[in-house]
Design a protein around this ligand. Sequence first.
Ligand code: SF4
Length: 709
Amino acid sequence: MMSVGVPRSLGFFYLHPLYRTFLGELGVQWTESPHTSESDLERLDLCPTDEPCVAVKAAFVHVDRLLRKGCRKIFIPAVVSLSGTSYCCPKMMGLPAMLKAAFGLSDDEFISPVIDMRDDPKGWPRTWISAGRRLGVSSEVRAKRALQEAIRAWREHEHLSVLSGRFIWDTAVMGHSYILQDVFGRRLVERVSDYGSVVTAENVSKEDAEAALRGIYEAERLWTIEARILGAALHLVRSGKVNRLIFVSAFSCGPASIIENYVAKEAGDRGIPLLNLAVDEHSGEAGLLTRIEAFMDSTRVPAPGGHGPALTGGELGGPGDGAPAAGRPSVPAISREVDTGPIGLVDMGNLRYALRSLFAEMGAEAVMPPPLTEDIVRLGKEIAPEFICYPMVTLIGQMRKHAEDGVRKIVMIQGKGKCRLGWYAQVMEEILRKSGYPVRVLSVDSPFPLSQKWGLFVESYRALSGGAHFTKGLRGFRMALTKIAASDRAVDVLRDIRAYEAERGAGDRRFARFLRELDEARSPKEVKAVFGDYCRDMRRIPRLQVDPLRVAIVGEVYVVNEPFVNKDAERILGSLEQRVRVYRTLDVTSWVDYHLFKLPRAVRQYNRVVKCAEPYLPVHVGGHGQESVGETVLAKTLGMDGVIHLFPFTCMPEIIAQNILVKVSSDLDIPVLSLMISEQTGVAGLETRFEAFCDLLEGRRKRSSANEA
Ligand code: SF4
């Protein structure tokens, strides 16, 4: 009898009624892995990379255990979205692909149907019917019925844990079920309940949680499970149903780094003691319990019906937890009306030149982004949530500098997708205001699809342009796009000259002059002339007859495009002893062409990259995670010697890509150097890693040409 293994991880904790009913209705025998044990925490190195959160790493132990137990098939759905408006955490989407890659399982051994109620409401059930077939049930009717029964069982179960009625609980413990009900958090909840009654997110009805979220802009697009946790916390705090709150999350949990800001603000505004706990395999239980006991003892709960005394403070978590501090700066309410103050800009790479032209053409006063420096990073790090992805640290640092210089309105280009970028503007505004800066952070999203987004885009345009006539906006936009295209093409000319120039640095000096002239250009015609002069001069730079190493750079859009953040990685590679020709397709032009205009050639290139990724990562996990995998597969086809994968601290989509690239690299025999970038990343360390990597590539070349000889 074929035995199917079902790992008890992530989605299982929310969807087990669905999984069990589906398999049961199909008459499939299955084995569920037991809860994670203490000893399992010593085997988390089964996960090929260290960056994923502990909840994801534990899943590798569960699959390993099931395979050792003789399970010939592993069943774990890819949970993309559980509602029509929002997604799940990218890691929940990418986990099945990470597990399949790590254990080298075939399509027949690894059954991973998709749940995607947002982007593929009609198509996702088909993946369950094909899963049924691969589980030995050829009847489509039976599989369809099994899925319907499974969804019904899941919906019913959702309400089972809800406790309705006018309860007042001693403590709310908010966090993911797979943290609180597993080895990471179970003991914590037990210890808190020694002090009194405990309520968790599952005990609050979906309706109450959703109602509590209504004050948050586009709350319906928050990650589904985390929205439930946040809504439950806000409901309990606002309705006075709890006396204190403990927010438990996995170390470096992406969604938690966003929702914790709202929890902290509400608890702070209502004087509810809050303890923020991050858990991982290194967090000793004793230490966590001591923190809990200190918190519980110092926030004694009064007789039923009232809140606890003021806090003693020591027990509170790290930066950004919004603990009620009497000294919290009072910031005047923001007027949503258009005002004429200057607009603060933040940037990425050479975007600043395009932005200056855009605002100049609109006749709007713009304040250029403060240049990125260690000081700007410090300003950001001081107020940014601990586990937020690194781009927010540098961006909020620039915003804080603007605010200190008196700028009151700052613009941020972003769109709500699967990763945290979509929440940057409103969370950064929240954090800056909590830190005493009366600023407004405007987010500008793509106007497409026009049917849904045109109105919002016009509102943003009015707020940014001070009501300038749209023809001015169009002229500004055209000038901005011209400068973006020229600077991206100029960078690629520079990459080429760096690989061949006889005198090192000659290309960089000419490029620096190009950027100054580009900034002064006042019309597309002038931009064209500046670019033409630049290319003519670059062609005149004496070149050596060399065969440079061909290295592709892939990764997260901000990190690969912002030299300050990636420590000018391309210049380092371009100045190594070995000659290196860097290739990179992810730049502002390609982003605009695909994400904004959906230009046919950009769509064709995107589909080609996704096709390459699909055997390894079949679902889009947000950001450029899937593209990083596809670009690496493509790099092999294009004859690259190696790939450098750059991504920011705690970036969810790229942590998934990094994990899967281990398999891609060995399957395709292409060296991949994955580097997570944060404020800790140093130039010297990067140089050493690049030198060693290029030595490796050179060694491989010599060996393969020796073998061919
Ligand atoms: S990052 Fe957070 S939400 Fe995502 S899987 Fe890990 S613990 Fe869950």
